[in-house]
Design a protein around this ligand. Structure first.
Ligand code: SF4
Length: 339
């Protein structure tokens, strides 16, 4: 896919890190939300937001997670962070299973994983100064005294490209890009190994997006951070990720290193997503692959392959038998009967 990286003024990406022990391993993760109905609020069904999702992220690696709105990406992020409880499956941080740990036992692991949200304004308390916001995790975890905390906050401000003089300013006094820098500084406060970035640049102007992405990549190089990077902008995902997972209706349907996924997509849904990306060169014609209809409801997903209602290649078997995610080439996994 021709990259829009230059148009966005993005720095060249790092090559993929050598295989290392995973910082996070997710296996068979499921999150079903009960649907309550009637006066007695009886459970009438379940929204299968995340349905059997597995992946691992190595130290210093970025896994991009893409898919249409409502496919379950953000639920994966929140379940992984244990902000919502998983229905089934396991989450391991540095080899330790944290899936069922209680609040107190989870605390030291929480320090290892932090989250950045899409909207940097609503995720910052307007009544707190930027310095207090960044220093809050340090206070909660009782790490430092006030003076030492102030020094650490000033250091974090510098790391994310904010001036120490801005410590006493309030969120409304910052631009959108600066507010996202505050969120990144807060996420870095406890020196985590994993940052879950849920659409971190979607709410920002294109020029500012590049600055934030470049900052995240610099920080990854310096600190060997691992990222789960969730976005619907494939150009950004292509740039920052080492590997990419494509989600459809709560499941991963394709999973590969980014070069493979962007040059040799095998799943029809990935093909359609890539075909929809605008090419910044009018002389390059791209084959359009328009998907009919909408994403089916996760309350009542279609039987067999959940993509069969929109797939141009669907055949009888697809309507009955669910395709498993299988390795079609080294490191390249696809859930499709025909690929
Ligand atoms: Fe399309 Fe069938 Fe493959 Fe599903 S299994 S993506 S319906 S060809």
């Amino acid at each position: 896919m021709p990259s829009t990286a230059n148009a966005l003024n993005l720095r060249p990406p790092e090559s993929a890190p050598a295989a290392a022990a995973p910082v996070v391993e997710v296996a068979g993760l499921r999150k079903y939300f009960p649907l309550k109905k009637g006066l007695l609020r009886r459970t009438a069904g379940y929204v299968r937001a995340v349905d059997d999702v597995s992946f691992a992220i190595a130290r210093g690696e970025t896994l991009g997670l893409v898919g249409e709105s409502g496919c379950g990406k953000s639920t994966v992020a929140r379940t992984l962070m244990r902000l919502i409880e998983p229905t089934a499956g396991s989450i391991k941080i540095n080899g330790q299973d944290v899936t069922r740990l209680g609040k107190r036992a989870l605390r030291p692991h929480r320090r290892q994983m932090q989250i950045i949200f899409q909207d940097p304004f609503s995720s910052l308390n307007p009544r707190m100064t930027a310095g207090d916001i960044v220093g809050e995790p340090l206070k909660i975890h009782g790490l430092t005294q006030s003076r030492a905390r102030h020094e650490r906050v000033a250091e974090l401000f510098e790391q994310v490209g904010l001036r120490a003089q801005q410590i006493n300013s309030f969120p409304h006094q910052f631009s959108g890009g600066q507010r996202q820098r505050i969120c990144i500084a807060r996420a870095l406060a406890l020196s985590p190994q994993l940052i879950v970035a849920d659409e971190p640049v979607s709410a920002l102007d294109v020029s500012i997006q590049a600055q934030v992405i470049n900052l995240m990549m610099d920080l990854q190089r310096q600190k060997q951070l691992s990222y789960l990077f969730i976005a619907h902008d494939l150009a950004v995902v292509e740039h920052i990720s080492h590997r990419v997972a494509v989600m459809y209706l709560g499941r991963i349907v394709e999973y590969a290193d980014k070069a493979t996924l962007f040059t040799d997509p095998r799943h029809p849904y990935t093909e359609a997503l890539l075909a929809a990306v605008p090419v910044p060169n009018p002389r390059i014609a791209r084959k359009k692959l328009l998907l009919p209809g909408d994403v089916p409801s996760p309350v009542n997903p279609p039987p067999g392959c959940s993509f069969h209602t929109r797939c141009p290649y669907a055949e009888a078997r697809c309507r009955i038998e669910r395709p498993l995610l299988r390795e079609v080439a080294p490191g390249h996994h696809v859930a499709c009967h025909l690929r």
